[in-house]
Design a protein around this ligand. Structure first.
Ligand code: AMP
Ligand code: ZN
Length: 104
């Protein structure tokens, strides 16, 4: 499968991770929409958050989202999962956007 976020999560592009755990990686969005714009991406491929059913994967993803929000923002942030092309999803590997107008 030719999935850019699988490749990034697998380290193929040498993308710098701002944080990671056993289940997910976090890196800067290439086209930031706010002062802080970080993507949090499960290491295992699913197409969107509706497909993400495994409890350990969900827990790992949300633990990393909370860590990034705590360490990279001032505690005020938006969390967004675009799901489906009509709703703005352009990369079809599950990812959370953590957006904030104030870095920590
Ligand atoms: P979405 O539109 O919700 O699918 O979000 C995909 C996001 O991935 C967009 O905000 C893009 O700017 C971002 N993006 C695409 N390719 C890369 C990349 N190679 N590195 C970092 N961010 C990327
Ligand atoms: Zn993928």
């Amino acid at each position: 499968m030719d999935c850019i976020f699988c490749k990034i999560a697998g380290g193929e592009f040498g993308t710098e991770f701002v944080a990671q755990n056993d289940h997910a990686v976090a890196f800067l969005d290439i086209n930031p929409q706010a002062k802080v714009h970080i993507l949090v991406v499960p290491k295992t491929h699913t197409s969107n958050v509706s497909e993400l059913e495994d409890p350990q994967e969900l827990l790992g993803l949300f633990e990393l989202i909370r860590e990034v929000a705590k360490t990279k923002t001032d505690g005020q942030f938006r969390l967004q999962f675009n799901t489906g092309s009509r709703e703005g999803q352009s990369v079809f590997h599950t990812h959370a956007h953590v957006l904030s107008n104030q870095a920590n």
